[in-house]
Design a protein around this ligand. Structure first.
Ligand SMILES: *Cc1c(COP(=O)(O)O)cnc(C)c1O
Length: 222
């Protein structure tokens, strides 16, 4: 299957309210251009430098999504153009995004990454931390960010029931936050689902699936 065919397959089958982010990390500009020619406009990258280089090289109507761990000292490179940062995993990072957004007179839209998988990882808020953080005094001082949803990654497993449960947990937290009025918080986007589990994620209410391999094929890490 060509990149064009893969993009068309997704755009023809995605339900209303769910959009496809083509995860183009490690892929050369030529392959991204193929996806762009097939009509794809949302792309995701996981490294600030690669994201910035591709932003500069490619058409300006692309929406660039930062989906990987972001170090505070890299925020300034992507602040002028990034469309949505999915991987916000600390109040410290959110504070730096706010500072850099202010410098370029923007409001940067962010998702909070929540740790839902059984696997150990350093990244992501625990489900119980999120509301406390959003209701903290420090969060309320941030004026140039908008928290517009949550992102999560399910455990890498063949156990469909477990994956489904993890997505359900994230959706439940999303609805819980949505029911509370907090300044600079609006629950609109639920970023969940990758090549191996996007079908389950869509059934559980995903609004943004992040798909790399199923569009571009296996990645080549150099
Ligand atoms: C790489 C990556 C994806 C895409 O993974 P595939 O399995 O290739 O679809 C999705 N989300 C994040 C955060 C990633 O780093």
């Amino acid at each position: 299957m060509s990149i064009k065919n893969n993009i068309e397959k997704f755009t023809q089958t995605l339900p209303a309210g769910c959009r496809l982010i083509a995860v183009s990390k490690t892929q050369p500009v030529e392959k991204i251009t193929e996806a762009y020619a097939a009509g794809q406009r949302l792309f995701g990258e996981n490294k600030a430098q690669e994201l910035t280089a591709k932003y500069e090289a490619l058409p300006k109507d692309i929406e660039w999504h930062m989906i990987g761990h972001l170090q505070t000292n890299k925020v300034k490179y992507i602040a002028p153009f990034v469309h949505l940062i999915h991987s916000v995993d600390s109040l410290k990072l959110l504070t730096e995004i706010d500072k850099q957004a202010k410098k370029v007179s923007r409001t940067i839209r962010c998702l909070l990454q929540v740790h839902i998988a059984r696997e150990e990882t350093k990244f992501g808020f625990s489900e119980s931390e999120v509301l406390d953080m959003l209701q903290s005094g420090q969060f309320q001082t941030l004026k140039n960010i908008q928290v517009c949803g949550l992102m999560g990654m399910a455990t890498l497993t063949d156990d469909v029931a477990q994956i489904r449960n993890e997505f359900k947990g994230l959706k439940t937290l999303f609805e819980k936050i949505k029911a509370v009025q907090i300044a600079s918080v609006s629950m609109e986007e639920l970023s969940m689902g990758m090549s191996s589990d996007y079908a389950i994620a869509i059934e559980e209410g995903s609004t943004l699936i992040r798909v790399g391999t199923a569009i571009f094929g296996e990645r080549n890490y150099h």
